[in-house]
Design a protein around this ligand. Structure first.
Ligand code: HEM
Length: 194
């Protein structure tokens, strides 16, 4: 079995849970849910950006950090919500070769572009026309421009400890799930106190 397939199988349940959690929050069909979804994705992209930058450099893909940041800024501005400053960006090793964990982080974040195509279509179908979709458009373009390059490079990592890569991918799914939960709790408190 290929490395991508092992990662896909190893994280299937976490992905299904996250998908259900996001739908439960109304991420794709209510404005509040969509804003919370964007906040959550912004934290994921910011938190894992240093790892993605290392993997991207290693395999000859452009570092996506800047374009992602601009896409979020455009969505947040159009929605009238403030961009959070990242407070928890991890320190990363400056070694040029990604660790197995970093391959796993990159798998989860780059792979989310496949779902991104679906998410973009859903938001366009169910939400008002003026709802901004800069992030999702940028994300979905990665399914064509980045994902095939990433998977080709991943499959050449014959020495990769796949269980460590799976654990790196799981870290991303858990981070997103916990972040979504905490954003949801904050926004329920805000609306209860108004
Ligand atoms: C509402 C939230 C989400 C939905 C509905 C969703 C949906 C999907 C769908 C439909 C696919 C398959 C697309 C295809 O094969 O063309 C997919 C793939 C994927 N998604 Fe998600 N997704 C969501 C959130 C996320 C998040 C937040 C992450 C990252 C933590 C993520 C990571 C992945 C990965 C890694 C794949 C590729 C799996 C593979 O084929 O190897 N997804 N998603």
């Amino acid at each position: 079995m290929g490395i991508r397939q092992q990662l896909q199988q190893g994280t299937r349940e976490l992905h299904q849970n996250l998908d259900a959690q996001m739908r439960g929050l109304g991420a794709l069909n209510t404005l509040d849910g969509y804003q919370n979804f964007l906040r959550c994705m912004h934290r994921m992209q910011t938190h894992f950006a240093p790892h993605l930058a290392i993997v991207s450099r290693h395999i000859g893909l452009p570092d996506p950090t800047h374009q992602m940041r601009s896409a979020f800024a455009a969505d947040f501005e159009a929605l009238g919500i403030s961009v959070e400053d990242p407070t928890d960006t991890p320190r990363v090793s400056t070694k040029p070769d990604p660790t197995p964990q970093q391959w796993g982080h990159a798998y989860a974040v780059e792979g989310s572009s496949l779902g991104g195509r679906y998410l973009l279509a859903s938001v366009k179908k169910t939400m008002p026309d003026d709802v901004p979709t800069h992030y999702l458009t940028q994300l979905a373009s990665g399914a064509k421009d980045r994902w095939p390059v990433f998977v080709d490079a991943l499959e050449t990592q014959t020495d990769l400890r796949v269980e460590d890569a799976i654990s790196g991918a799981e870290t991303v799914f858990r981070f997103v799930s916990e972040t979504a939960q905490s954003i949801q709790e904050d926004s329920s408190h805000d609306s209860a106190s108004q």
